[in-house]
Design a protein around this ligand. Structure first.
Ligand code: NGO
Length: 422
């Protein structure tokens, strides 16, 4: 019988000793003489065993496996360009295939507000009417977001909704100018700059607005987290940012949710149980904020832009994407250790890994998939497999088999010179 190693992509070479607990997501899988046996303590574990089984080459095998990290995420920016339920569900299928378990939806930004809010109807109707460069707008109704949440849950994927605050809010201000700092523009915005809009952090209306939004969002998304963005609030002063963080955290908690936010939120005191998302590899401040987050008792989700930002170009010839974080080829996404990225932090500080896909330059599902694959597979393995079991050459060889699957399923992907995909 073959050992557990080198079976296929993502069926990772994690070796559990006999009797070692499988935990919430682990499984044992044995194929012998054409008969399959799956052991798991949870439905999620069985589901992952099935995903592994689909990718196994023929022959006998025994695998015992469980993930390294609890948060194995992907983020889709539906604010810069909007993507409907069908596209999102197709991406959820991809997440499930590679045993990722978090879909973070970036539901609002300067260019668009993408969820109907009953208490504030103009947010979606007006704030959601556009997108970057005059592209069509759009938003999810409550039923549509519920459909996404359900589809994801059936595949053991938790939706983490993000409403970006106190910056990245021009779409909301265009809908309700009274939410902005006095003197804000009330125009819709279809450019790609960041850092120019801010909620009025001193107005009680801002917090009753967020209370209404979070109430509706919390009722639609059963997951434990509510992501408040918090990034690049360049037109909110530091004192105002601190004041905002102090007032917004109880609003999140009042709806029974744990706070999540980009690394900048760690510049403010954080309540227990927060999740902070490290991202900005172009600034030395990012690592300091990550350490500050852990000092506040938060856990980190690692999204280093120069490793896992899926909107960053693969190389200088990539027609789509951006290059502010350099270039990110498949090996860059694979060859790093989330626990070794920030000095002084250990494994227990890291809740997981997430690959964000920002959509300033991406307008079609093909665009999304081209930027996701093959890098999403690398990120999935970083999130799932223990560090000592990972090896680029081995991964690269296993990854080659995916090209034929993507071709058969009509999935677009980047033909990376680093991987023999055909
Ligand atoms: C940054 C910025 C986003 C951009 C993205 C583009 C974060 C957390 N805020 O990441 O608004 O879309 O870069 O790569």
């Amino acid at each position: 019988m073959r050992a557990a190693e080198r079976v296929a992509i993502i069926p990772a070479p994690a070796r559990l000793a006999p009797g070692e607990p499988l935990g919430d997501e682990g499984y044992r899988l044995e194929v012998r003489d054409g008969k399959t046996r799956i052991d798991a303590e949870t439905d999620a574990g069985s589901f992952y065993a099935e995903q592994t089984l689909r990718r196994l080459p023929p022959g006998d095998v025994a695998i015992a496996d469980r993930p390294r990290f609890a948060w194995r995420g992907f983020m889709l920016d539906v604010a810069r360009h909007f993507f409907g339920v069908e596209d999102v569900c197709r991406l959820v299928d991809h997440l499930a295939a590679y045993k990722l378990n978090v879909l973070h939806l970036h539901l609002s930004d300067d260019q668009g507000w993408r969820l109907a809010i009953d208490a504030w109807p103009r947010l979606a109707e007006h704030g959601g009417s556009g997108a970057i460069g005059g592209a069509p707008g759009g938003f999810y109704t409550h039923d549509e977001l519920r459909a996404i949440v359900r589809y994801a849950a059936e595949r053991f994927v938790t939706v983490v909704p993000e409403i970006d605050t106190p910056g990245h809010v021009q779409a909301a201000i265009a809908a309700y100018p009274e939410l902005g700092v006095p003197g804000s523009s009330s125009d819709l915005y279809d450019g790609a700059e960041v850092g120019f809009s801010s909620l009025d952090v001193h107005s009680a209306l801002t917090y009753s607005f967020l209370d209404d939004v979070f109430r509706e969002l919390a009722a639609l998304t059963p997951g434990p987290y509510l992501h408040i963005g918090g990034d690049e609030a360049h037109s909110t002063s530091h004192d105002d940012y601190l004041a905002f963080m102090e007032r917004v955290q109880p609003v999140v908690a009042a709806h029974g949710k744990r706070l999540a936010g980009w690394e900048e939120i760690a510049s403010a005191p954080l309540g227990a149980g927060a999740v902070v998302q490290y991202w900005n590899t172009a600034s030395p401040r990012g690592r300091d904020l990550a350490r500050a987050a852990v000092a506040h008792g938060a856990q980190l989700v690692m999204s280093p832009a120069d490793r896992v930002y899926l909107d960053i170009k693969y190389d200088a010839d990539t027609p789509l994407g951006q290059d502010w974080a350099g270039h990110v080829e498949v090996r860059d996404s694979y060859d790093w250790d989330p626990a070794a990225l920030v000095d002084g932090l250990g494994e227990e500080a890291i809740l997981g890994v997430e690959a964000p896909l920002w959509t300033e330059t991406l307008t079609t599902r093909r665009d999304l998939e081209t930027m996701m694959f093959p890098r999403l597979c690398a990120v999935a393995e970083v999130a799932w497999s223990p560090q000592p079991a990972r090896d680029w050459e081995d991964f690269r060889a296993r990854l080659a088999a995916e090209g034929a699957r993507w071709d058969a399923a009509g999935v677009a992907y980047h033909r990376s010179p680093q991987v023999a995909l055909r």
